[in-house]
Design a protein around this ligand. Structure first.
Ligand SMILES: Nc1ncnc2c1ncn2[C@@H]1O[C@H](COP(=O)(O)OS(=O)(=O)O)[C@@H](OP(=O)(O)O)[C@H]1O
Ligand SMILES: Nc1ncnc2c1ncn2[C@@H]1O[C@H](COP(=O)(O)OP(=O)(O)O)[C@@H](O)[C@H]1O
Length: 342
């Protein structure tokens, strides 16, 4: 049995539901002796059969929330679960809003958007307390009335049909051999996105290696670290609705998939667009804009992608761009269609 296992946001929420008595059954977790949350805090231990919970820092106990509200003079307040009703005028002067948030990180933009939607109900001095709770958006694990009662409140209504979150953010990852045209196309894509009214961050290979990834080389481990860092920054941008265009070689499929997962976790399904700039090695070598292929052929650059190091051709690209015999603008517009149309 592995010693320690890091739980995802949905798993920590499941532990919290059990710990706080919202559900009776302990959650199914992967076998491990100890479980920690995303911050490395010890959440619980297991002897192989029983789960012993140590602490769940993120989710406040419902009874503690109810006590806090009572101290504020809120005895048995009305509760609403999820999104506000279309007409907020009939809502009472005090309202506890329970936002299902299991599986979402605390700094999720989607969560913030859902909380902000309640701003309209605060008009005219109405008091609204918005509280994220550890139940799953769209498919809560307990009846709405029971959830409200756990927080010392009476259910007034609910609008739980939370659509899959989407921040509108996008990450465009251009991958391909050195000289394929990633930087050239990425730069033009940025111009076109700005013309379309988007705010864009360009994370180009060379610049990233001077700043974010300074000191890294071209071993598999260093390349993976480089691409993961780019993906992490890009995901942060996309989760707040921005667009990041990235242009590393990113030769390994596994790490590209890892970046896709992280971006979609932060910014929602469909937010990651993989663009394969599919210029052939023969064409890239013929261009040899920086003279690197000639040096790599002479053995002066070890582990050079396409010559003495692998490039795993993507099988999951949203857009595949052929550059030979085409203009940069044509290629960039093909990418743009994949980004704005998707
Ligand atoms: N060994 C080796 N293999 C490939 N490329 C090399 C190597 N050494 C230096 N360079 C130069 O570094 C640029 C690629 O860096 P990346 O950060 O995009 O690579 S990776 O995604 O981490 O694999 C790449 O730039 P581009 O031509 O813009 O792709 C090369 O100029
Ligand atoms: N359709 C095209 N799209 C992009 N680049 C092209 C195209 N046709 C020719 N090129 C040339 O190919 C080279 C690509 O270089 P670069 O963008 O730095 O590649 P990478 O970033 O993939 O290493 C440039 O000299 C560019 O002018």
């Amino acid at each position: 049995m592995p010693a320690r296992c890091r739980l995802g946001d949905a798993q920590v929420a499941a532990v919290a539901r059990f710990h706080h008595g919202l559900v009776d059954a302990a959650p199914e977790l992967p076998p491990a002796e100890e479980y920690e949350d995303a911050q490395g805090v010890l959440v619980g231990t297991s002897d192989g059969e029983d789960l012993t919970i140590v602490e769940v820092p993120r989710w406040e106990a419902p009874s503690a929330v109810a006590a806090r509200l009572r101290e504020r003079g809120w005895e048995s307040p009305a509760a609403w679960i999820g999104a506000p009703p279309a007409d907020v005028s009939a809502l009472p002067p005090r309202l506890l809003v329970l936002l299902p948030a299991a599986g979402l990180p605390a700094d999720s933009a989607a969560l913030a958007q859902r909380a902000a939607a309640w701003g309209v109900a605060r008009a005219g001095g109405r008091e609204v307390v918005v509280l994220p709770v550890p139940v799953t958006p769209g498919s809560p694990e307990l009846p709405p009335g029971d959830l409200a009662a756990a927080y010392g409140a009476e259910l007034l209504g609910d609008e739980p049909g939370a659509a899959p979150l989407g921040t509108g953010g996008r990450v465009v990852l251009c991958t391909g051999l050195s000289g394929a045209g990633k930087s050239t196309i990425a730069a033009r894509v940025v111009e076109l996105l700005v013309e379309a009214g988007r705010t864009v961050t360009l994370l180009d290979g060379d610049e990233v290696r001077h700043h974010l990834s300074a000191g890294l080389g071209f071993s598999r481990a260093d390349r993976d670290t480089n691409v993961l860092r780019i993906g992490w920054v890009a995901a942060q941008i996309a989760k707040h609705g921005g667009t990041a265009v990235c242009a590393p070689i990113a030769p390994y499929a596994e790490v590209r998939s890892e970046v896709r997962r992280e971006v979609e976790r932060q910014a929602g399904p469909g937010s990651f667009v993989l663009v394969h700039v599919a210029t052939s090695l023969t064409e890239c070598e013929a261009r040899d804009r920086k003279g690197l292929y000639a040096r790599a052929r002479r053995g002066e650059i070890p582990a050079f992608t396409g010559i003495s190091d692998p490039y795993e051709v993507p099988v999951d690209a949203e857009v595949t761009v052929e550059t030979a015999g085409r203009t940069v603008d044509e290629c960039a517009r093909q990418v743009l269609d994949g980004v704005l149309g998707g």
